[in-house]
Design a protein around this ligand. Structure first.
Ligand code: ADP
Ligand code: ASP
Ligand code: MG
Length: 457
């Protein structure tokens, strides 16, 4: 059985929804179909919530536009017999959504839990519409079986419980049934409160279901012909990649390739379920296949990506003879707070330590390091850690990257010639990725430069 996931643009218009219908109805037998909210809707839901919280009564106009957009879609894609049923089901959600906005407006406050409820309406409504459109479509409510738990303040999937509930709910579909699932949304396994899997999380919903059911493939249907050698919005001549390994795709995604939400890869990787990236607007294009093993005609270098909002922390060590294993101490400290560390080289860890982290982890990292080295800082053996923000991690992903020292040097040289300073560099934790930490403002310039060096020789 296949699991298909359709992203926002794929369910964002009458034309694209008709493509979705065709693609789903061409599948023989049962399938699970995960859908995102109508394209751009999640952003709109959040922006409207912020308006209401700030006391801007224009939120009402936005609410009307949200209702109108759904009504318009229903009118154009749902058959006449189902129109009134589907309209009233969606209207119930719209009414509840409006009530949430009213509460936010009155209280001038937007608690995270309320925002989680507000954003959940996108997928709740789109899934009702898609289920009504496709033959043999039946909607299931994913918050009943996609469960999250708290981990350092974040909601992460409760894999064990989710796995069990998915098997119970979707394990035995009716003949030819197409189970339509709202992506992204979930509930807390302890409190039952509505949560979500993070922005872009519908991909992850698809992966959790594919892994639990042992699907033959997870198809991610989006608006480009496949995974590309760079973000096509930044690098105009980016190429489609025919094949990637799980590891390569994971590296590309964690370093900013938006095409798949990073946590998606783990569950399917562990169950060895291939992923295919396909285009809803060009279903005949071969797309990109992602599997565990490299294939013979694979590109050696797969792509270049950039992750913005990165910070670099530097610690200068004055008296290195007196301090035992400072790098290990620093890494242990950061890992205790579940800080995501972007690997950068520490060529001389007894005189200088460098850590790249995401901007959201920067303050807590700095605090933790200051606390860890407080005795050495006060005695002057170590200088206070310095934080440099506004950086980006540019990553080059491929096979045997560590052995490509000439390419790495050429890239470093070209960046410098272009006036782009490399603040830190590393060959990553694996043999798959080279990382350059540069000024964030320069990353849209660095990407085409590196791409042309690697792919257009
Ligand atoms: P969806 O709504 O289908 O989930 P997303 O917007 O999340 O779609 O992801 C698809 C988009 O990712 C593409 O339209 C493209 O602009 C962007 N993108 C960024 N990097 C890449 C890449 N390396 N390959 C393909 N697309 C990329
Ligand atoms: N609608 C959600 C978002 O925009 C989830 C998704 O599209 O995957 O983040
Ligand atoms: Mg996406």
């Amino acid at each position: 059985m296949k699991v298909l996931k359709f992203g926002g643009t794929s369910v964002g218009s009458v034309e694209s929804l008709n493509n979705v219908k065709k693609i789903v109805e061409s599948i023989s037998g049962e399938a699970v179909i995960v859908v995102s909210a109508l394209g751009g809707l999640t952003d709109k839901l959040i922006a409207t919530a912020k308006m209401a919280a700030e006391g801007d009564s224009e939120w009402l106009k936005e609410m009307d536009a949200i209702s109108l957009r759904h009504h318009d879609i229903i009118k154009n894609v749902v058959s006449n017999e189902k129109q009134s049923l589907i309209k009233s089901a969606v209207d119930e959600h719209l009414t509840e959504l409006k009530r949430n906005y009213e509460g936010v407006f009155l209280l001038r406050s937007l608690p995270e839990k309320v925002l989680d409820v507000i954003v959940s309406f996108g997928e709740r409504m789109s899934s009702i519409i898609v289920a009504a459109m496709v033959d043999h479509g039946k909607r299931y409510y994913s918050p009943d079986f996609i469960k999250t738990e708290k981990w350092y303040g974040k909601n992460i999937a409760d894999r064990k419980l989710t796995d069990k509930l998915i098997k119970e709910t979707l394990g035995k579909l009716g003949k030819n049934e197409k189970a339509i699932i709202p992506g992204f949304i979930s509930t807390d396994s302890t409190t039952g409160e509505i949560t979500n899997l993070g922005r872009g999380g519908s991909d992850y919903t698809g992966a959790l279901i594919a892994a639990a059911l042992g699907a033959e493939i997870l198809e991610i249907w989006t608006d480009v012909d496949g995974f590309m050698t760079a973000d096509p919005r930044i690098v105009k001549d980016a190429l489609i990649i025919d094949h990637l390994t799980f590891t390569e795709s994971m590296e590309l995604c964690t370093f900013g390739a938006k095409v798949i939400y990073p946590p998606t890869i783990y569950p399917v990787f562990h169950s060895n379920i291939p992923i295919k990236i396909l285009n809803t607007f060009n279903p005949d294009a071969p797309g990109t296949l992602i599997t565990d093993q490299a294939q013979q005609d694979d590109l050696e270098v797969k792509g270049v990506t950039s992750l913005k909002d990165v910070a670099l922390i530097t610690i200068n060590i004055k008296s290195f003879n007196d301090i035992k294993d400072p790098l290990k101490r620093a890494l242990n400290t950061l890992s205790r707070q579940a800080v995501r560390i972007i690997p950068v080289a520490n060529p001389d860890p007894y005189t200088e330590l460098n850590f790249a982290v995401t901007a959201s982890d920067a303050e807590v990292s700095l605090e933790m390091l200051e606390k860890e080295f407080a005795p050495e800082i006060s005695s002057g053996k170590i200088e206070k850690p310095i934080l440099k923000g506004n950086l980006a991690a540019v990553a080059l992903v491929g096979i045997d990257m560590r052995s490509r020292s000439r390419l790495a040097a050429r890239i470093g040289h070209s960046l410098r010639r272009q006036g782009i300073n490399v603040e830190a560099y590393s060959a990553g934790n694996s043999d798959t990725t080279l990382i350059y930490i540069i000024n964030q403002e320069k990353s849209d310039e660095a990407l085409p430069l590196i791409h042309s060096l690697v792919f257009e020789l």
